[in-house]
Design a protein around this ligand. Structure first.
Ligand code: SF4
Length: 63
């Protein structure tokens, strides 16, 4: 699967980090970093992260 985050929307609320810590994280500058092509088993957690994101910045893609 693939994950896209619209960094123009992201406000580093970090709900995605709590929902899917294996895919999303914060770097030393508190900027969001994420795995753009996680394994398919990450799909449920990424969907949960997309639901949790307060600015709807996460776009999961099954491809
Ligand atoms: S929850 Fe949304 S706004 Fe917050 S860090 Fe994740 S992508 Fe960015």
């Amino acid at each position: 699967m693939r994950v896209h985050v619209d960094m123009a929307l992201c406000q580093t609320h970090a709900q995605c980090v709590f929902a899917a810590p294996e895919v999303f994280g914060l770097d030393d500058d508190d900027e969001l970093v994420y795995e753009a092509a996680p394994g398919d088993d990450a799909w449920p957690a990424v969907e949960e992260a997309a639901r949790a994101c307060p600015v709807q910045a996460i776009f999961p893609d099954a491809d």
